[in-house]
Ligand binder design. Structure first.
Ligand code: TRP
Length: 340
């Protein structure tokens, strides 16, 4: 992820659906970078509970309960509420209001053509029984972004079509009122190396696939995860030559081990043969234990006082409402529908 491209005049907005606690994949792909970016420019972080409800309305308990869990993850990794504005999407009604106007700037056909929506519909088996709120969430996401005049939106590669659709809405709106009210944004997508596979070697780490290591993982969870980690299935004896490509232990060492030279030497040794999985796993376990111990400790500390965390979210939400309210007034003002 090229944080260099972000400057003091930028405004960042990004967020997470609150469907479960965050994991190591989120840490590598986005959370780590947010900790850096909060020192560069204003950063808004959205707990996207309303968006999570678009395909989880029957599971609102899960969505609601994970607002606190995701907030704990943010705070645990070092996102500082004095620098980043963390807020709850459903408590900013200005976003729904903006979204209701944006819905008139997109067609159903265009929503159905959105590649992310298309994939997600297939994945969830919605076919034609797609909740209307789900089909239209790109317009709501455009509201999330534009309400804060965000210029930079750090997201996974799968979210790029959302940014394109947002910018279409921005241009349409600005054109229709013949004024530059809304601001176009750009996606900040992590580099390939920042995508962490699951511990089973599957392309994506995901809680629902059961191959994730959560940020609150205990020492024992970490030990178990490394023990079960996918290596080279053909590397049966220590003396055998082993494969490094697709070997999750090496992928993780690449992501987390600061000693590049040592990792390259280990790779060469593994390829030659004579290096056992136990040795590389022990090294990785040490590194992960060291990385996650302070995160777990901070998470537990904050978790002891949920009221304090909710107070942080309340203050952030208040600030977010003010910012979104200003944009909403401008939007309505541009159309002259601020009647009195
Ligand atoms: N759609 C994002 C996800 O699936 C979450 C999200 C909601 C978001 N609103 C956003 C991301 C606005 C960036 C900007 O994780």
């Amino acid at each position: 992820m090229d944080s260099q491209k972000v400057g003091a005049s930028d405004i960042i907005l990004t967020g997470d659906r609150t469907t479960g606690p965050l994991h190591l994949g989120h840490y590598v792909g986005s959370l780590k970078n947010r900790v850096v970016l909060q020192d560069v420019c204003p950063q808004f972080l959205l707990l996207a509970d309303a968006q999570a409800l678009t395909d989880n309305m029957g599971n609102y308990v899960k969505v609601r309960d994970n607002v606190l869990q995701v907030a704990l993850d943010y705070l645990a990794v070092g996102i500082d509420p004095a620098k980043s504005t963390i807020f709850i999407q459903s408590l900013v009604p200005e976003l729904s209001e903006l979204s209701s106007y944006y819905l008139n700037l997109v067609t159903v056909a265009r929503l159905e053509r959105n590649p992310t929506i298309k994939d997600e519909i297939k994945l969830r088996g919605f076919e034609r029984d797609i909740p209307a709120g789900f089909l239209t969430y790109p317009a709501a996401q455009a509201a999330d972004i534009t309400a804060f005049k965000a210029t930079v939106v750090p997201v996974g590669a799968d979210q790029v079509p959302m940014i394109e659709q947002t910018n279409e809405i921005v241009r349409r709106f600005n054109n229709s009122v013949d004024a530059d009210i809304l601001v176009e944004c750009r996606a900040l997508v992590p580099e390939d190396g920042a995508r962490l596979p699951g511990i089973d070697g599957k392309a994506k780490m995901s809680k629902s696939m059961g191959n994730a290591l959560s940020l609150g993982a205990s020492e024992d969870d970490i030990r178990q995860a490394v023990k079960m980690m996918f290596t080279d299935p053909n590397h049966l004896r220590v003396a055998d030559p082993g494969q490094v490509e697709g070997n999750v232990v090496f992928t993780y060492l690449d992501a987390f081990d600061p000693d590049r030279t040592a990792v390259e030497e280990l790779k060469a040794h593994y390829r030659r043969g004579g290096l056992g999985d136990m040795v590389i796993k022990r090294r990785l376990e040490d590194i992960l234990q060291t990385l996650l111990a302070p995160i777990r400790a901070r998470r537990e500390e904050f978790a002891k006082d949920p009221a304090q965390v909710m107070a942080i979210l309340k203050a952030g939400t208040q600030k977010a409402r003010e910012a979104a309210g200003r944009t909403l007034s401008e939007v309505k003002g541009a159309m002259g529908i601020n009647y009195f």
